[in-house]
Ligand binder design. Structure first.
Ligand code: SAH
Length: 449
């Protein structure tokens, strides 16, 4: 028996299906219904080749298929399809991935990925541990192939407005942590935020991420009002990244019109998570992640690479967490030291280790959105370009008003990724510029793509 056959699922009982509904509303309704009826189902990003990257599906056992169909019809759930999860042929061959000189065990893990076999923690560590140039090339190429198959060649350019640098927490790594001194704090008003959102619309951006420290000054009502105004006055979709809030808040923000929420696990290893976050509880963080999904959001998570005390095993746990929690948007960046924090003297995360983590996350999670982060663009002048050829497909422009940007240095010397920088990275990586950016705007700015 070849290695490939050995790893393929053999028994019918092991097979799984996914249900695609016609809207988030129906998908959540179906999820609740299956739960109530005792059918094991899990919300997941639509698998490769089924639906677009930001579709959610419900995965369940094939043996439950007829029961699921019966239930969703009986309860009037509007659904599109049920697919049997089979090993699909790759649209793009991986032959040249194996042309590099690879050690047998490294090659075997890549073959498992090609054959859709789930990786163990040990497998992931093998990929992350390599220092060999050829093995890295093979890994990045495979990740780039999966990226192409799942989300295409176009880079999605989005914008982030960092609207407040007040924070009630003291995360050890963060440059806007509560007890950091000599940091002028700012809060943007609703009108100031709207002005930036409208500028983004003029540029042709389609998604705004609203990010801040954990700042309770922005009450539920205030945030709801801002979301509603953006939805009413512009065409943009709203992603939130404002830290931990209550379950009710998540629901209210979703109802108000935001459809995605970024709350990073930062480290999925319990011990490391607890040492980094004096104000947080590991189990609660995971619970928040579940609440977000249950509220209907596309959920974003991710980690930092190169944190003090972090091992390759910890990073493998991060990747398995992203898979297990069916995360839709994965943000991975190097740890960077920040002045005025306990970690100021610590070395920054390694560029190539960060790229390996990005590549493996793409290979394991597949149909997801992944930014080439500001942090990797800060670590190395070509970091963003390299991330784009190792599995990522999104760039976040910093749309915080220039005069405030110095106040949102979550790490030192943060790159103020603007459209010009993004164009450079997209060009260097040989990827497609997004069609949604307005040519008139580019011309006005003297930018060429
Ligand atoms: N308060 C919000 C937003 C946090 S800032 C929240 O808690 O979700 C956004 C991200 O920046 C964090 O999730 C973290 O992953 C990253 N970050 C913070 N400090 C960093 C540092 N020193 N180096 C690298 N990334 C950092």
């Amino acid at each position: 028996m070849s290695l490939r056959e050995k790893f393929l699922p053999k028994t019918a009982e092991g097979k799984e299906c996914v249900l695609l509904c016609s809207s988030t509303y129906h998908m959540l309704k179906a999820d609740k219904l299956l739960q109530k009826e005792g059918i094991q189902g899990i919300l997941v990003p639509a698998p490769r080749g089924i639906g677009s990257a930001c579709t959610t599906a419900i995965k369940f056992k094939e043996t439950d298929r007829s029961r699921v169909e019966e239930l969703i019809n009986q309860y009037g759930i509007s659904w599109e399809a049920i697919h049997l999860l089979e090993k699909k042929d790759r649209k793009i061959s991986w032959t040249d991935v194996y042309k590099f000189s690879l050690r047998e065990n490294f090659k075997n893990v890549l073959r498992k990925l090609e054959d859709e076999v789930e990786l163990t923690k040990e497998d992931i560590v093998i990929l992350l541990a390599t220092q060999d140039k050829e093995e890295m090339e093979a890994l990045f190429l495979a990740a780039d192939r999966v990226r192409e198959e799942c989300v295409g060649d176009e880079v999605d350019v989005r914008g982030v407005i960092e609207f407040s640098n007040f924070c009630r927490k003291d995360c050890l790594y963060c440059g806007v942590r509560k007890s950091k001194k000599y940091l002028p704090r700012y809060r943007m008003t609703e009108d100031e935020i709207m002005e930036q959102v409208k500028n983004m619309e003029t540029m042709g951006l389609r998604t705004v991420a609203l990010q801040s420290g954990e700042d309770p000054w922005y009450t539920t009502e205030k945030i709801v009002t801002i979301i509603k105004r953006i939805r009413k006055e512009t065409q943009l979709t709203v992603t939130l990244s404002v830290g931990e809030r209550s379950k009710e808040d998540y629901e209210r923000f979703f109802e108000a019109g935001s459809n995605a929420y970024l709350l990073k696990i930062e480290s999925a290893n319990r011990g490391l998570f607890q040492t980094l976050h004096p104000d947080d509880d590991y189990d609660l963080r995971k619970k928040h992640t579940i609440w977000l999904r249950q509220s209907g959001y596309l959920v974003g998570s991710g980690n930092m690479v190169g944190l003090p005390g972090q091992t390759l095993e910890h990073l493998a746990e991060d990747i398995l967490f992203l898979k297990e929690y069916a995360i839709h948007m994965v943000s991975i960046g190097p740890f960077l030291p920040a002045r005025g924090t306990p970690f100021v003297g610590q070395p920054a995360g390694d560029l190539f280790l960060t790229l390996r983590v990005i590549a493996v996350a793409r290979l394991v999670c597949q149909n997801i959105f992944m930014p080439a982060t500001t942090a990797i663009a800060t670590l190395h002048p070509k970091g963003q370009t390299m991330a784009l050829t190792s599995g990522t497909n999104v760039i976040m422009l910093i749309m915080t008003p220039e005069k405030l940007q110095s106040g949102y240095q979550i790490y030192d010397n943060k790159n103020s990724v603007d459209l010009e920088f993004a164009i450079k990275s997209i060009k260097e990586s040989g990827r497609k510029f997004p069609a949604h950016i307005r040519p008139e705007y580019l011309e006005m700015q003297g930018l060429k793509i």
